[in-house]
Design a binder for this molecule. Structure first.
Ligand SMILES: *[C@@H]1O[C@H](CO)[C@@H](O)[C@H](O)[C@H]1NC(C)=O
Ligand SMILES: *[C@@H]1O[C@H](CO)[C@@H](O)[C@H](O)[C@H]1NC(C)=O
Ligand SMILES: *[C@@H]1O[C@H](CO)[C@@H](O)[C@H](O)[C@H]1NC(C)=O
Length: 362
């Protein structure tokens, strides 16, 4: 337990270092996870867009799934992407950008793009390799999800892009998003920014996210990143995995709060969509836990927006032949496309050095 208290103390000092007591109180109020339907329907589109395999369309924000966002925002540059990273080795993809409404740095993670979503889901039943979350005694997390964020090209590229965005835009809010496994990565990223980067204004919203750790982890997570919403959809199977063992409360995987469960009531032409904000336990028995998780199709649509890959059979990458966004890959084939905030100077990274700084070639 000693290490855990140390971590909480460090995080607390981190908060105090740049704010007085009154700010701290204000922060607590601001950070209560309020559910805003309009905001959720905007944010879900970023979590959908990050799946696209056409990197040129994504980087220039002209992709098919980017339309809604520019439309909602009424002006073309409603969202400015400043980093797009593809870890080809592990088939991962994420972007960082700055949005106008909500005025925030947006980080989005793609979910799994394996040969078959079905296989990935079956694996979640059986293969649970856990590791201890660093600095948190007794907090165990899923090794695969942890490594996808912490042990790949993704983390250094994301942190570098957040630094650049903050240099230009100041301390605006940071919103971290992801669907499916991307939701698991979003949670680890939100925690990382809070604990290791002392970020105070981090909001996490995930869609159809699997469980990522045990009850000790869930409890610490919700203390450290209280402004988190975990949206689930009807009978979506993935939030039910890895399984919750009711009779083994200290051993089982456990969700962190706060769930928002989307479901339909009624029959035939009288169907109402309900969006239920669940209790603070993370495992509200009256939310998605009240139904069986038996649907993959519910996993692939959130708020009517199509989630999942447009090229599901591979980890395919499409780069336009146009050299308006040329691609240079590192020795392992990973790609990082980088742009200075609001400057439209295209830079490329050849190699990520140890600090994860992109080496730029103007
Ligand atoms: C909900 O989010 C939208 C979009 O960011 C924002 O315009 C609106 O003011 C928010 N509503 C509330 C009650 O915070
Ligand atoms: C990180 O990845 C390397 C190489 O894939 C692996 O050897 C190492 O065990 C991983 N770290 C953890 C904490 O699992
Ligand atoms: C390449 O980009 C130029 C200018 O940005 C544009 O005029 C041209 O149509 C593009 N070509 C293709 C094949 O997309």
């Amino acid at each position: 337990m000693k290490k855990t208290w140390w971590l909480i103390l460090v995080t607390f000092l981190c908060l105090l270092s740049s704010s007085n007591g009154r700010d701290l109180k204000a922060r607590d109020k601001v950070n209560l996870p309020k559910y805003n339907h309009t905001l959720a329907t905007i944010l879900v589109q970023y979590a959908s867009a990050v799946y696209l395999s056409d990197l040129t369309a994504l980087f220039t924000w002209t992709c098919s799934r980017c339309d809604g966002l520019t439309e909602i925002l009424k002006w073309k540059q409603g969202f400015e992407i400043i980093e797009l990273v593809v870890d080809v080795e592990h088939c991962l993809q994420a972007f960082v950008g700055v949005a106008d409404d909500p005025h925030a740095i947006i980080i989005a993670f793609r979910g799994t793009n394996e040969h078959s979503l079905q296989n990935w889901i079956e694996d979640l039943y059986w293969k649970q390799h856990e590791i201890n979350y660093p600095g948190m005694d007794d907090a165990m997390v899923h090794r695969g999800f942890y490594n996808a964020y912490h042990n790949t090209t993704i983390r250094p590229a994301i942190l570098d892009a957040v630094d650049r965005a903050k240099k230009f835009y100041g301390n605006i809010q940071i919103i971290v998003l992801g669907h499916s496994m991307g939701g698991a990565m979003a949670a680890f990223c939100g925690l990382d920014l809070t604990v290791n980067r002392c970020e105070k204004n981090v909001q996490v919203m995930t869609f159809g996210q699997p469980r990522i750790g045990n009850a000790v982890f869930a409890s610490l997570y919700s203390t450290l990143v209280p402004n988190t919403l975990r949206v689930t959809h009807d009978h979506d199977i993935v939030p039910h995995l890895p399984p919750y063992y009711y009779y083994l409360p200290s051993k089982t995987y456990h969700h962190f709060p706060r769930e928002v469960w989307l479901y339909n009531v009624g029959l035939g032409s009288l169907v109402y969509r309900v969006e239920k904000v669940c209790d603070g336990s993370g495992e509200d028995p009256t939310c998605s836990r009240s139904v069986s998780g038996n649907s993959i199709s519910d996993h692939l649509v959130y708020y009517g927006v199509e989630m999942g890959s447009d090229a599901p059979d591979s980890c395919r990458i499409v780069m336009g032949s146009n050299d308006s966004s040329p691609s240079v890959q590192d020795s392992r084939g990973n790609i990082v496309l980088t742009r200075e905030p609001a400057k439209f100077v295209l830079k490329l990274s050849r190699e990520l050095d140890n600090q994860g700084k992109a080496i730029s070639v103007s």
